[in-house]
Design a protein around this ligand. Structure first.
Ligand code: S3P
Length: 189
């Protein structure tokens, strides 16, 4: 029988792709990144899709990608930061595997995201930290209610984050699919 997928959710800049790629290698799973799948299919960058087709079209492509990936086994799926905004995406992802939320403090996210201009929701923003703080606040409930487990990567290097994610995945894979709800998730700033 195949094992549950490992699904990484979380805000932009929390390390989903970097950590996901490493976890996939260690688990012997395929690595899939929803944004990369969308770009390949659309033959455009995410920034271009937002600019020329708009966010609602992007969200439709994102849901179609989730529907496609959620049906395949033995994968680490790294998702775009807004995937949690649609409950249908989350229902499919939770059914396909163990959903781990990568969290980080707003200050760290703002620092990590300030050097790259590939994220349409964070470009042309005057105060990145204020914007990230606001968006995190708006999305926090979505993230925590979608997750089977949470890993706070603030201040952690990649290797340590990978170790913690893998140990959470292995712990929960043992009891899969009977995973208890997250225990009163701590509020993060
Ligand atoms: C988004 C996050 C991005 C990408 C798009 C929208 C979001 O992915 O899907 O720019 O709504 O948070 P990353 O989280 O991989 O940067």
């Amino acid at each position: 029988m195949s094992q549950p997928n490992l699904v990484l959710i979380g805000f932009m800049g929390t390390g989903k792709s970097t950590i996901g790629r490493e976890c996939a290698e260690k688990l012997g799973f395929a690595f899939r990144d929803t944004d990369a799948c969308i770009e390949r299919r659309a033959e455009r960058s995410i920034a271009e899709i937002f600019e020329h087709q708009g966010e609602p079209v992007f969200r439709g492509m994102e849901s179609a990608t989730v529907r496609h990936l959620a049906n395949q086994p033995d994968q680490v799926i790294s998702t775009g930061g807004g995937v949690v905004l649609k409950s249908a995406n989350i229902a499919l992802l939770r059914r396909s595997g163990i959903v781990i939320l990568l969290w980080a403090k707003a200050e760290e996210i703002a620092k990590r995201c300030s050097t790259r201009r590939t994220r349409p929701l964070l470009t042309n923003v005057e105060d990145t930290l204020a914007h990230v703080t606001k968006m995190l606040d708006q999305r926090e409930e979505y993230y925590f209610s979608a997750a089977h487990a949470v890993v706070d990567t603030t201040g952690l290097g990649r290797d340590r984050s990978v170790d913690i994610v893998l140990s959470e995945y292995r712990r929960l894979a043992e009891i899969w699919p009977k995973i208890p709800p997250l225990e009163s998730p701590a509020k993060h700033a």
